[in-house]
Design a binder for this molecule. Structure first.
Ligand code: IVH
Length: 707
């Protein structure tokens, strides 16, 4: 790195800027070549993106210095059949769902509760259609479109800039925009364009798309930009990411601002003063749904005041200030041809309905979930009848429904069409894959195979989970490859993935000689695996696939324990009652069920040995706490007790966590600060006994600089 790297862009002289652009072109073009070729790039995706942004920012200040080989103009597509990955500066989130008016009212109540607002205090929301397409983030610097990225897993998406430039709704230049502006919205295809495309595809013997969303996604993610250009894609703007200056003080104001910058925004966006108006607007949009000319799958409500949005913040993957109210599910009738039992990662025996293919809401459905044996028998977990107590049998005429991306389900059975010779379905009590007993534990809705990792189905499902999105997400190693490698004994447990190159990179039996593989794809896979041998702690914990330990829980655990050795030691010690067990249970969001499942997994010899073999091959990165430089409470464990007056408990917790503190539900020797409001009881007493620093609410607010 040269000295210019240290200089603030705004302080660069013209000569320094020129030298810096030359250096950045060298570094970025070299990294790009390495990425496109077989070599592993020597800089991380995040560094690459940061350098690229620095380059673009300098070009904005010194437009006449822009080089002919500027990295800003690099084509997004990589040669190996994928797109270059880009890290989002601000994560792209999804939305929580509401399915009926009660859920919408509950949403309003939870927002008010979090903010400590009375039921009759004014609180406005925007209501707008939920467009059924795919989301895209457009980055403008100095008013110039410099990058378009798909959502990907929310943190890392794909660079589709060249393709996005072909969409006429997407401006290439903006006048009077903030220096940095990321506009987010939905790429979609109209019904008319979708039908015309399918007619043309049929004529040309090409791929026919199931629905406009698939057509839009397939068209945007084309490696050949000319194909995207020929597809009539559209774009509605409805949100934003990274920003150098606020667009407005309200959601509606910001959307109006995007419209005046030249973006298409949805004309059915309305400002509502509460659930009654929101539901009325939902009804209005629902009536217009059939004549809009494009697919929508619900209505999105957002708190209008952006200062309140900021206070509400986010759960792990969804904002607290918005929700999607989905339209009712689509229905269709068909024959149930069979019931298969699948064995999942945690041994659960899941019945799956095999259906005569039927179109439900534009998508062909041939499988549906049957949940568990009670569901098939027509009763819920408490033994009460569902579907009026009608059971489901092979040969039945059944009603299928699907809502959005949710797995199709069976809603009803027509007993009038039931064959005379039909018999009730007998649920197996042994694992169909390994023959082990499959008992049903008390309180569990499903039967589980007791075979553990000796059960091939469980082992394969565990591996599939391990390589999936949110976990290790290894390019080129998906469910299909894992199944094949498992079958041939090349990969039996996660650790085997990281020794694959050692075992099958050279010699007679080499990956590149396997059917469907070649030199390039084998090299790419080894590089993708090597790339993931550094993994953030939260992802690592999630990837282990321990029952009840989901993505949000894993991140919470990672934030709390910080480092793998600390976590591992704590899980080992927590198997016995004592402070470690107490601490684990005290973590907000960790209940007894999750805690028990976690310590049980670490206490099982075979499972533990498999985890240890894996961890030994990896560099597990300590959890990244939010950017808390200078925070006086970063890394501190805080307990709130008693009544808080200036903010709700939920807001206090969210704010403390945003400052890098760990919030725990119980006082122990590890507690650093107890914030005690009026009415604090046993926790305050315990804190005194343990000599823990105790503050009142104002003392806490003063400490975090909020008074
Ligand atoms: S707001 C932080 N508004 O729905 C929340 N999303 O299920 C940002 N979507 O990933 C999203 N129409 O792709 C928002 N009017 C709308 C939307 C919308 C469609 C999509 C978006 C998001 C998904 C969540």
């Amino acid at each position: 790195m040269t000295l210019t790297d240290q200089i603030e862009i705004s302080n660069l002289t013209k000569a320094e800027a020129k030298a810096e652009l030359a250096r950045l072109a060298d570094v970025l073009n070299a990294a790009n070549t390495a990425y496109h070729g077989a070599d592993a790039p020597d800089i991380s995706d995040a560094e690459y993106d940061a350098l690229k942004r620095r380059n673009a920012a300098i070009e904005v200040l010194f437009p006449d210095l822009k080089r002919n080989d500027s990295p800003s103009d690099l084509v997004g597509a990589s040669v190996q059949g994928g797109f270059v990955k880009v890290a989002h500066v601000v994560r792209m989130l999804s939305l929580g769902n509401a399915f009926d008016p009660g859920d919408v009212i509950a949403f309003d109540t939870s927002v008010r509760k979090f903010l400590g607002l009375e039921a009759d205090a004014p609180l406005a929301y925007t209501s707008e259609p939920k467009i059924d397409g795919l989301s895209l983030s457009l980055r403008y610097e100095g008013g110039r479109l410099v990058q378009a990225a798909t959502r990907g897993d929310g943190e890392v998406g794909e660079n589709v800039t060249q393709n996005a430039r072909t969409i006429s709704d997407i401006p290439q230049h903006l006048e009077n925009a903030p220096g940095i502006l990321e506009v987010r919205g939905e790429v979609y295809m109209s019904h008319a364009d979708f039908s015309a495309l399918n007619v043309a595809q049929t004529k040309a013997g090409g791929k026919v798309f199931a629905n406009p969303r698939n057509a839009a996604a397939g068209s945007l993610r084309q490696l050949d930009t000319a194909i995207t250009r020929a597809r009539p894609l559209r774009f509605f703007a409805y949100a934003w990411g990274d920003l150098s200056a606020p667009l407005a003080a309200s959601q509606k104001g910001a959307i109006d601002q995007l419209a005046s910058l030249g973006f298409s925004v949805n004309p059915l966006t309305a400002l509502c003063d509460g659930p009654d108006q929101m539901l009325a607007h939902y009804a209005r949009i629902e009536t217009q749904r059939a004549t809009l000319g494009y697919d929508i799958d619900g209505v999105v409500y957002k708190v209008d005041d952006l200062a309140l949005q900021a206070r509400l913040g986010f759960r792990s993957t969804t904002p607290r200030w918005a929700i999607a109210h989905k339209f009712p599910a689509e229905l269709a009738w068909t024959w149930l041809e069979g019931i298969d039992i699948q064995v999942g990662r945690t041994g659960a025996l899941s019945p799956v309905a095999r259906l005569a293919p039927v179109t439900v809401g534009g998508v062909v459905v041939s499988n549906a979930t049957l949940h568990n044996e009670d569901y098939i028998a027509g009763r819920d977990a408490g033994g009460a009848p569902i579907r009026d107590g009608k059971d489901i049998r092979v040969g039945d005429w059944v009603q299928v429904y699907r809502a959005g991306d949710v797995i199709p389900k069976i809603a009803d059975v027509d007993l009038g069409k039931r064959p005379d010779d039909s018999t009730a379905f007998v649920f197996p009590v042994k694992c169909p894959e390994c023959g082990s007993d499959a008992p049903r534990e008390e309180g569990d809705a499903v039967r589980r195979c007791s075979g553990g990792i000796i059960c091939p189905a469980q082992a394969v499902e565990k591996l599939k989970h391990f390589v999936a999105r949110g976990a290790f997400d290894i390019d080129g190693l998906g469910a299909k490859q894992v199944e094949q490698f498992y079958r041939d004994g090349w990969i039996r447990e996660p650790a085997d993935i990281f020794t694959l190159k050692e075992r099958y990179g050279v010699g007679l039996k080499q990956l590149k000689n396997r059917e469907g593989w070649g030199e390039k794809s084998a090299d790419n896979l080894f590089a993708a695996i090597a790339d993931k041998s550094r993994i953030p702690l939260g992802r690592f914990i999630f990837a282990l696939g321990i029952r009840h330990v989901g993505e949000a829980g894993s991140n919470m655990l990672a934030l709390h324990y910080g480092e793998w050795p600390v976590f591992e030691t704590a899980m080992t010690a927590a198997r016995d009652p004592g402070p470690e067990w107490e601490e684990l249970n005290g973590i907000d969001g960790v209940g007894e069920v999750l805690a028990t499942s976690l310590v049980t997994a670490f206490a099982q010899d075979a499972e533990r040995a498999s985890i240890d073999r894996l961890a030994a091959l990896l560099q597990i990165e300590p959890a990244k706490r939010p950017d808390t430089d200078g925070s006086p409470v970063a890394g501190k464990t805080v307990v709130f007790t008693g009544t808080l007056v200036r903010m709700t408990r939920a807001e206090a917790k969210a704010r403390a966590e945003a400052l890098g503190a760990k919030v725990s539900g119980s006082v122990s020797a590890r507690t650093d600060i107890l914030v005690a409001g009026p009415g604090a009881g046993s926790k305050a007493k315990k804190a005194v006994e343990l000599g823990i620093k105790t503050l009142d609410e104002d003392g806490w607010l003063a400490l975090i600089g909020a008074l």
